[in-house]
Ligand binder design. Structure first.
Ligand code: MRU
Length: 358
């Protein structure tokens, strides 16, 4: 399977594949100003929780590397506003805040160790690149753990895009499918289009097709039909934020798929890195849900398809933990009770904990 890379640190700046234009056009932008990286996250040039985290880390590094200042003291004064600008982009995916916190910790270490301006700049770029490299390794481990849960043959449903485009690695949910297919499992992916932003139709269908994985694109309102007619063996989705009790925020539409999977006895798996766990919140009720523009609902590619009426457009919903069969991360597989299994995985240090919570 080919892997489309959504973001890269280069000597010219941060290069991003413009996901708003896919699948029609493959266009890259080069960013040299952290404020433009923030705008790119907000405008969905890059999207998907782990990829947003990588972009946030690179945005902070760019702010440090390229800001027009002459001393460490000046940089220390400016640093909080760089982090704030990156943080005020999208509220739901906790990877964004995880990455900013990590960059802040590294910055504080360097400053308190008395590092020079030049060394701080270099080390912050290295930290952002390390975040990217770790995300790749994380996806590979999630893929290995998750593939074991996939059937030997059958139809697997996903939602939105939790592939390479969304993670800067091989993907989480699609990484699981990718590894399972490489192992010889005969999977066929059912891809709901994921209205209103169409990440399923535009991005997942494109990624799977490019990678040679068999798929069928369906509209969101066909999910019940396919569950009822018994053609779905499993569901695997990504996550934007997982609360301490296992409640999981993911793209709008995920919750209704989980309810239908439960009704029809289909296992429902979440694949996400530990950086997506938010153990500071007890349940999904505390997850902030991004409200997006009315135009995404009333218009399709600039063409009005609905009258000028009141519109709701929550970008995410929360699937209660009781509907989730297992949560796969890079350190193993968590099962209920999640308060226990997620905490143990978050505290463990390596993939040696395979099987925890089973
Ligand atoms: O609004 P988006 O496209 O950023 O939403 C993406 C999703 O909901 C993904 O499923 C989630 O971030 C997991 S990506 C591995």
């Amino acid at each position: 399977m080919n892997v489309a890379q959504p973001i890269e640190w280069t000597s010219q700046g941060v290069v991003m594949l413009d996901q708003r234009r896919l699948p029609g056009e493959v266009i890259h932008h080069i960013y040299t100003d952290y404020r433009d990286v923030a705008a790119a996250i907000k405008d969905m040039v890059i999207r998907g929780a782990p990829a947003i985290g990588v972009a946030a880390a690179m945005g902070v590094a760019l702010g440090v590397e390229r800001s027009n200042i002459a001393t460490v003291d000046e940089l220390r004064d400016k640093f909080p506003s760089i982090c704030r600008t990156i943080a005020e982009t999208r509220p739901t995916a906790v990877d964004l805040f995880w990455a900013i916190e990590r960059m802040k910790r590294r910055f504080e270490q360097l400053v308190s160790a008395g590092a020079s301006l030049e060394n701080i700049r270099r080390a912050m770029v290295e930290e952002a690149r390390a975040v990217h490299a770790e995300k790749r390794a994380t996806d590979e481990a999630i893929g290995r753990f998750g593939a074991e849960l996939m059937p030997g043959a059958g139809k697997v449903m996903t939602q939105c895009n939790a592939g390479a485009l969304a993670t800067a690695g091989i993907g989480t949910a699609l990484g699981v499918i990718r590894v399972a297919v490489e192992q010889g499992r005969k999977l066929h992916v059912l891809v709901p289009e994921t209205r209103p932003y169409l990440q399923g139709a535009r991005l997942t269908a494109w990624e799977l097709h490019e990678g040679g994985v068999p798929l069928t694109l369906i509209t969101d309102n066909m999910v019940g039909h396919f569950m009822k007619t018994g053609t779905v063996s499993a569901v695997v989705v990504g996550a934007d934020r997982i609360a301490a009790n296992g409640d999981t925020a993911n793209k709008i539409g995920t919750y209704q798929i989980a309810v239908l999977a439960h009704e029809h006895g289909v296992p429902f798996y979440v694949a996400a890195p530990v950086s997506t766990f938010d153990l500071t919140i007890a349940s999904g009720e505390q997850i902030p849900i991004e409200e997006r523009s009315a135009e995404e609902v009333t218009h399709l590619r600039g063409v009005r398809i609905a009258p000028d009426v009141a519109v709701a457009n929550p970008g995410f919903d929360v699937t209660p933990a009781r509907l989730i069969t297992a949560i796969v991360c890079e350190r193993g597989v968590a099962r209920a009770p999640y308060a226990e299994s997620l905490r143990r995985l978050a505290e463990s240090m390596s993939t040696a904990t395979h099987g925890l919570g089973r």
